[in-house]
Design a protein. Structure first.
Length: 159
């Protein structure tokens, strides 16, 4: 196993494929919570989770040898950068790929003189929350449109 990273465009087909895998997994994970919302609530959640390619400043893939196994991205949020779409294919978890992604993103944020890294995840993603906390992220109040997600959890790490 040899983990490497590659910076790509948000629309790189390999990045798109990773986000599609993430969508399948998280849609199933939160189907009951989404179903419990009224139409306005579902629309608000979907709007909060939608990412415009024009907003993304960095997109990163992690590879195991030549196989893409994970994805993450950054978008500006005031004086900070927001971590978006952190995902490691379930067949490749436990290899340190998510930690590698997060460390790479932190390096970019420091280079870009960002005040902090911020992110949103869901309450059911306990391994992700444990990772973020192990990396020094602190839970914060929901920021931006994430206040519209009743099952969301937000974090920030001051740099």
């Amino acid at each position: 196993m040899s983990l490497t990273v590659e910076w790509v465009n948000w629309l790189d087909p390999r990045a798109v494929a990773q986000r599609e895998l993430m969508e399948v997994e998280t849609t199933a994970m939160y189907a009951d919570r989404q179903a419990a919302l009224d139409e306005a609530g579902r629309n608000a959640v979907n709007a909060a989770l939608t990412v415009s390619p024009d907003d993304i400043s960095h997109t990163l893939l992690v590879l195991d040898d030549d196989t893409v196994i994970g994805h993450a991205a950054l978008r500006p949020f005031g004086e900070s950068l927001e971590v978006k779409k952190v995902f490691v294919d379930s067949r490749h978890r436990g290899k340190g790929a998510a930690r590698r992604l997060m460390n790479e993103l932190e390096g970019v944020a420091r280079k870009d003189s960002a005040r902090s890294l911020m992110l949103q995840t869901g309450h059911a993603q306990l391994p992700a929350m444990a990772l973020y906390e192990s990396l020094g992220y602190q839970r914060i109040e929901a920021f931006g449109h994430y206040a519209d997600i009743p099952f969301g959890v937000c974090y920030e790490k001051t740099l």
